[in-house]
Design a protein around this ligand. Structure first.
Ligand code: TEU
Ligand code: CA
Length: 557
């Protein structure tokens, strides 16, 4: 396989609002990121993916953009951005921008124009339809509750918004929209940024006719089949690639809700016609169900192994994987598949990290994951900030699908706000995130879990991540080796191998607190092996292994 820097890189995601506040207004900002560049250098990451920093009315925390070439006032100025970019580049760290072009904000000048009249030159930048018998054009529900259509009295028509009503969908079938987006991307590339994470890029091409979807528990139709991997998506991405991406040296990752392995082979094919890699959702959706993500269900290890193995083996030699447990849309994985009790928090955080970072693909670390940050004990609805959580509460409790207490439990377990509380820097007030009042509550466990404490202790989760990242940089087998799953039926152990030429890694992760005996697989018996990394530190490759609670070990043969 061709060696390229983005296959060998580890990416760190920053959610700027919650990373570090430099001026005491309670909101993280660009200067705050610049201040922490040495921290990131110390961790050893190669790339920062910056969640959106553009001008935005913040209906969805920056994923609703009103000016793609300006910086959100809360976050600073374009000069601050340039300084941050320079500070990163000085340290050999690249910056990947979030590109949110399935939709804009309704306050973007294109939409302000578009809604004025049916013959406005910007009308066809968006998706406008006549109502049907005085109702919405179809039955689609928005991802953030309610209908996916908003009525606009000025022209007596509806516009489509898959997300909030302040996030109207762009019409990618209009070549002018593509021209505008590609020009804007090239503008950022000329500025020197190093890539794009493309928000819901799998949704940009809608099936003509916009047919009704299957009705779910909330009474709305599912748009998934008519917008995910739509008819022209690959054509548009190939055009983007020809006109922009191929002209620069970039890391590109498409966030692809609804992507299958077959589709991923097109988006992320190694022939480089579209993107470098995609974020797939299958492992994240394993605990979903009839009431969408809202439940307290636990993911079964055998199912997790089956899904991740499918992605590892199906893309091998054909396309490139991304690897993630956490991002700004997911509750903390440690509280989901690990164990966030004081006894097992660190060891299970390290186990999860080992399991993911030893796979093939480009790993993503989400801010605070490297500290073992956990879900948050939100008290009441007033503690939540996320539009998805607040709207879902009102819709599902309002319709009587759940009672209030049940929904609050689900929010506490699954809300995106679990990932969005301030980064825990130290044990001073507000976790050292701000000298003002933070825009969202700080997790009260910051007095125990924080960067300062971990930087001062050799066996911390931070230094474990640092080691995993260094090992990847030093060992091509971790980047390029073939993956093979062993013991697929085992409900507590995740065991797999990685092979490159004569080198072989055996990765063993205990996902439970039970002690487990395991026989060394036949092919390794009698061979000289050593420990590459382990979260207990004292294990050896013997014929009979005893794996302790959440133990993880990588043997090298
Ligand atoms: O998320 C897209 C996406 O698939 C989400 O709908 C996801 O399923 C949901 O957040 C799970 O609860 C992207 C961004 O990452 C997200 O932050 C934005 O809110 C969304 O697009 C709209 O831009
Ligand atoms: Ca600030």
């Amino acid at each position: 396989m061709e060696r390229t820097w983005w296959k060998e890189a580890v990416v760190y995601q920053i959610y700027p609002r919650s990373f570090n506040d430099s001026n005491g207004d309670g909101i993280g900002d660009l200067n705050g990121i610049t201040e922490k560049m040495d921290y990131l250098k110390k961790l050893g990451i190669d790339v920062i993916w910056l969640s959106p920093v553009y001008e935005s009315p913040n209906d969805d925390n920056g994923y609703d953009i009103s000016n793609y070439r300006g910086i959100m006032k809360d976050f600073g100025t374009m000069e601050d951005f340039d300084r941050m970019l320079a500070a990163a580049h000085e340290r050999g760290i690249r910056i990947v921008m979030d590109l949110v072009v399935n939709h804009t904000s309704d306050e973007h000048p294109w939409f302000v124009e578009s809604r004025k009249s049916k013959d406005n030159p910007y009308r066809d930048y968006y998706i406008w339809r006549e109502g049907k018998n005085g109702k919405e054009p179809n039955n689609w529900g928005s991802c953030f509750s309610g209908s996916a259509w908003e009525y606009d009295g000025q022209t007596d028509m509806y516009f489509l918004h898959l997300f909030s009503r302040k996030q109207p969908d762009l019409n990618w079938d209009n070549p002018k929209v593509r021209d505008e987006v590609f020009d804007m991307m090239a503008w950022w590339c000329r500025k020197g940024i190093d890539g794009f994470r493309m928000d819901v890029i799998s949704l940009i091409s809608k099936v003509p006719g916009l047919p009704d979807g299957e009705v779910g528990k909330n009474g709305y139709g599912d748009y998934g089949p008519y917008v995910c991997n739509g008819p022209h998506v690959h054509e548009y991405l190939q055009e983007m690639n020809r006109r922009v991406l191929s002209r620069y040296d970039l890391l590109t990752v498409g966030e692809c809700s609804g992507v299958t392995v077959e589709e991923a082979k097109k988006y992320a094919s190694l022939d480089g016609k579209e993107l470098n890699m995609v974020f797939q959702f299958e492992h994240m959706d394993l605990d979903g169900g009839e009431t969408f993500k809202w439940n307290e269900r636990k993911i079964k290890l055998t199912e997790l192994k089956q899904v991740l193995t499918k992605w590892q083996t199906s893309l091998a030699g054909k396309a490139w994987n991304s690897l993630y447990w956490c991002n700004h849309d997911q509750p903390r994985m440690l509280s989901r598949m690990g164990n966030d009790s004081p006894e097992y928090r660190e060891v299970s955080a390290k186990m999860l990290a080992t399991c993911l970072h030893m796979m093939q693909g480009t790993p993503y670390v989400y801010q605070g994951e490297e500290l073992g940050m956990t879900n948050v004990p939100f008290r009441t609805l007033e503690d939540f900030r996320d539009i998805e959580s607040i709207n879902a509460y009102h819709e599902l409790v309002g319709q009587g699908v759940f009672d209030s207490d049940t929904m609050m439990r689900y929010l506490r377990y699954k809300s995106r706000d679990n990932a969005r509380t301030p980064m825990q820097w130290d044990d001073s007030e507000n976790a050292g995130f701000t000298e003002g009042t933070p825009w969202i509550m700080v997790n009260p466990n910051y007095t125990e879990i924080n960067a300062r404490e971990e930087l001062g202790r050799e066996d911390s989760v931070f230094y474990y991540y640092q080691k995993l990242i260094r090992l990847r940089h030093e060992n091509p087998v971790i980047v390029y080796g073939d993956y093979e799953l062993l013991m697929p039926e085992d409900e507590s152990l995740y065991v797999y191998t990685r092979t490159l030429d004569k080198e072989k890694l055996l990765v063993i992760c205990n996902f439970t607190e039970e002690i487990r005996e395991m026989e060394l697989p036949e092919e390794f018996k009698g061979r000289e092996g050593s420990v590459m990394i382990s979260n207990y530190g004292d294990i050896r490759p013997e014929e009979e292994l005893t794996l302790r609670a959440y133990e993880a070990v990588v043997f090298k043969f």
